[in-house]
Design a protein around this ligand. Structure first.
Ligand code: UDP
Length: 480
């Protein structure tokens, strides 16, 4: 596997050892886990990936260097997690808890069988921090477990601070105080709405999110180490705070997609690579890339406002319209039926709409000048590492906090004004796109994003902080 940094030197001793991986089966969690597996494989470790056999199962044939063990999950799906209602986000939360429960016994059996047949070469398990139950299984079978958190260091501080935020009276959030500053997590520029993690979800899902966050904190506290897909130049203060507050070693090894590009192999959906050719024909930094990740959704009215805002801005665009992006739309057909009449004609010759893009490559393309994003951590990191400024429209979970950092700390993004109500309006979309793509503000953000891109490159270069962190991680694994 090709690597861009210098983290690929095999370490003596690693060749005999095997690292087990268990990703959470969502795109934003699978990609960094496979990237990490690629990095450790390049250092000489054998890799075995456990995965739920039904829910977003990876295709082993696309990763010939790794071994795979399917774990029956009782057919958990995003729409049918235990207790899930009709709401997509709530169903996602329910499925995380269901996976932990349903995979516990089968994972025990498969791990025990592997340990029996492996001749003692298993060094550790690296599991997603949302898989506490499975990390416990590993420990009970004598396998040390490390946690990979696929979000930012700052967002994990929010997870850990939930009890304190409740004690201090910030949470549960009162509607009238959503914009009040949170002063207890310096240097984070948060308001109350950014630390609730429950924006846009109802009562039952709020409790589920709270449970999911406290389980992730417990997973890290009981782990043999915390691995984070971030880098020192981006989050030095937040990493220092985690090292102070957690009694486990912390490894900042990001940006992982730059160290081990898994490309299409880790993508759950088929990427439309034709859009790269379309980008080839566009002028430098002229195209707005629009994508809301793999989970966020919008209603039909928001889709219409988004479409006309993009059209009226006059800028070339590449828009990822996932088949399930529109809530309540018939999956598969939503993209076809959702775009307003006249949109095609209004944008002819200057737009491309795809159902899934090779995002990493799109953002690195010279034609892309801005990214309208939902602020998922992978998207944020990928944008920063490509030097692309962002139009920010966070939806839920860690996304509002990521947006705050992008706008107020790194100053590489501009939040789309939705009057706090979350509703999109075409005029505001149009002027925000113009500010990002044309104005002085946009130029400043692009310059600062370029600086962060250089910072990321230094971190993954030989003797850079992420490269050294990977060295430490390798030695740590060998010492367990
Ligand atoms: N992604 C992609 N093609 C797309 C849209 C998204 O490959 O058309 C990838 C993107 O590069 C990122 C991941 O999907 O790595 C989304 O993760 P993120 O944390 O940004 O958001 P989530 O989907 O978890 O909300």
């Amino acid at each position: 596997m090709a690597t861009e940094g210098h983290a690929a030197v095999a370490v003596a001793g690693a060749a005999r050892r095997r690292v087990l991986f268990f990703p959470l089966p969502f795109q934003g969690h699978i990609s960094p886990m496979f990237h990490l597996a690629g990095v450790l494989h390049a250092r000489g470790f054998a890799v075995t990936v456990f995965y739920p056999d039904f829910f977003n199962a990876p295709d082993p044939s696309r990763h010939p260097a790794f071994d795979f063990v399917p774990v029956p999950d009782g057919r958990v799906g995003r729409g049918d997690g235990d207790g899930a209602g009709g709401d997509y986000l709530q169903a996602t939360m329910a499925s995380i808890l269901a996976l932990n429960r349903r995979c516990e016994a089968p994972f025990w059996q498969r791990l025990a069988a592997l340990l029996e047949s492996s001749g003692g070469d298993v060094a550790c398990l690296v599991a997603d921090a949302h898989l506490l139950t499975l990390m416990d299984v590993a420990r009970r079978l004598g396998v040390p477990a490390l946690a990979l958190r696929t979000g930012s260091a700052a967002s994990f501080r929010i997870f850990a601070a939930q009890p304190m935020l409740r004690d201090e009276g910030y949470l549960p959030a009162r509607e009238s105080e959503l914009d009040a500053p949170v002063t207890v997590l310096p240097p984070a520029p948060y308001r109350v709405r950014d630390v609730t993690m429950t924006a846009g979800v109802g009562g039952h899902a709020q409790e589920q999110i709270y449970e999911i966050m406290s389980r992730a904190v417990a997973a890290v506290k009981t782990s043999s180490g915390l691995i984070l897909n971030t880098f020192h130049a981006l989050e030095s203060a937040e990493l220092a705070a985690l090292r102070r507050d957690f009694d486990v070693p912390v490894f900042d090894v990001g940006p992982l997609h730059k160290l081990s590009p898994a490309g299409p192999a880790a993508s759950l959906l088929r990427q439309d690579r034709g859009c790269l050719e379309w980008l080839d024909a566009q002028s430098p930094a002229s195209v707005l890339y629009v994508s809301f990740g793999s989970i966020a959704s919008m209603n039909a009215a928001e889709l219409v406002e988004t479409a006309w805002g993009i059209a009226n801005s006059g800028h070339p665009f590449l828009w990822v319209l996932r088949p399930d992006l529109v809530r309540g739309g018939a999956a598969q057909q939503a993209a076809a039926v959702g775009l307003p009449d006249g949109f095609d004609t209004a944008t002819r010759g200057r737009g491309a709409v795809v159902s899934w893009a090779p995002q990493d490559e799109v953002l690195a393309h010279r034609a892309v000048g801005g990214f309208w994003t939902h602020c998922g951590w992978n998207s944020t990191l990928e944008s920063v590492c490509a030097g692309v400024p962002m139009l920010l429209r966070p939806c839920f979970g860690d996304q509002p906090g990521n947006a705050r950092y992008a706008e107020h700390v790194w100053r590489v993004g501009l939040t789309l004004d939705t009057d706090g109500g979350g509703e999109l309006e075409r005029g505001k979309v149009e002027s925000a796109i113009r500010r990002l793509m044309e104005g002085e503000d946009g130029a400043g953000m692009r310059r600062r994003a370029g600086e962060l891109k250089s910072g990321a490159a230094e971190c993954i270069a030989m003797a850079g902080s992420s490269c050294l962190s990977i060295d430490k991680l390798v030695n740590h694994i060998l010492s367990l």
